[in-house]
Design a protein around this ligand. Structure first.
Ligand SMILES: C[S@@+](CC[C@H](N)C(=O)[O-])C[C@H]1O[C@@H](n2cnc3c(N)ncnc32)[C@H](O)[C@@H]1O
Length: 288
């Protein structure tokens, strides 16, 4: 699987920029008074900050980072050179490529991808566009808020007739599907959920997946160095978990044979697990 992602043009931080972030920018972001930073961001009309204040870590803030072309100067700095937005764009590229190749491996025609907590579906739209085999996606989200924007993105990518948006709690997924999923995507959601919630969701989806079918999800490490900033300034409380910890949770829901691939900043790992046959003992490889 590592060979699938070798040619991706990832964003990287050189040693000098990394040292400046560690010694100067991260401590300033983390320890300047939160009210002062919020005032600066309001003055700079930061859309990223406004999106997080309205819905911390919601799909709108993610779209601003994924897109990477903000209008306001404050956002050009935050989104263009902030470690977290760079890592998010790397995750978009990494997960999109893995999903496209997993679709290509499917024997179904068309391959059916189920997206959990999908938001507008930026990453699956990339993957449907890139995959060589016929494919379609069911995108489930508890809120309909992102669906109109998602349809616009799908139309721009020429895949509007291959996406279906459904409102619902992903734990009720058994009642929502017309056919079993060949691939399941759970990117950008685990870091907002507690352990029990992750196991509940993964168990619900495992119940509708064929044996051996892949699930794609991500871990989050605090290597971005700005968790204190996100908590104090954006009100964003993310849960950091290692790939091994997430694999343990996914094993409880019946997944195994894990492969774990980091993006170059090592803020995110994208993991692929397989639905294990009910009698098989989960195992793991590619641990990091
Ligand atoms: C941070 S956004 C990520 C969106 C998208 N996965 C991405 O990476 O761009 C998380 C999404 O999960 C949805 N969500 C959270 N819990 C959910 C649940 N139990 N069922 C369905 N959707 C849920 C939220 O409404 C939100 O749109």
């Amino acid at each position: 699987m590592e060979s699938w992602v070798e040619d991706i043009p990832f964003e990287r931080v050189g040693p000098v920029a990394r040292a400046i972030k560690a010694a100067v920018t991260n401590p300033l972001a983390n320890y300047l008074p939160a009210g002062f930073i919020r005032a600066l961001l309001r003055f700079g009309k930061s859309e990223l900050a406004a999106a997080n204040w309205a819905d911390p870590g919601g799909w709108r803030s993610m779209v601003i980072s994924y897109d990477g072309r903000p209008k306001q100067i404050a956002d050009k700095i935050l989104v263009g050179s902030g470690t977290m937005p760079m890592a998010l764009r790397n995750r978009r590229r990494l997960a999109g490529r893995l999903l496209a190749r997993l679709i290509d491996q499917s024997s179904s025609n068309p391959a059916h991808v189920l997206c959990l907590g999908a938001g507008p579906g930026r990453i699956i739209i990339d993957a449907l566009h890139e995959a060589r085999r016929p494919s379609r996606a069911t995108l489930v989200d508890i809120s309909t808020d992102a669906f109109e924007y998602g349809l616009k993105l799908a139309a721009e990518a020429g895949v509007a007739d291959r996406v279906r948006y459904l409102q619902g709690d992903v734990r009720d997924v058994q009642q929502m599907l017309d056919t079993p999923p060949d691939v399941v995507k759970m990117i950008g959601i685990c870091e907002y959920l507690d352990d029990d919630h992750i196991v509940d969701i993964a168990s619900a989806v495992a119940a509708v997946m064929p044996d051996g079918a892949p699930i794609v999800f991500n871990s989050l490490s605090n290597r971005h160095g700005t968790d204190r900033f996100f908590r104090r300034v954006f009100g964003l409380h993310m849960i950091h978990r290692s790939p091994a910890r997430l694999q343990e949770l996914m094993s409880r829901a019946g997944f195994g044979d894990f492969v774990s691939i980091p993006e170059p900043l090592r803020v995110y790992h994208v993991l692929v697990g397989r639905r294990m046959p009910a009698h098989a003992k989960p195992s793991s490889k590619g641990l990091s």
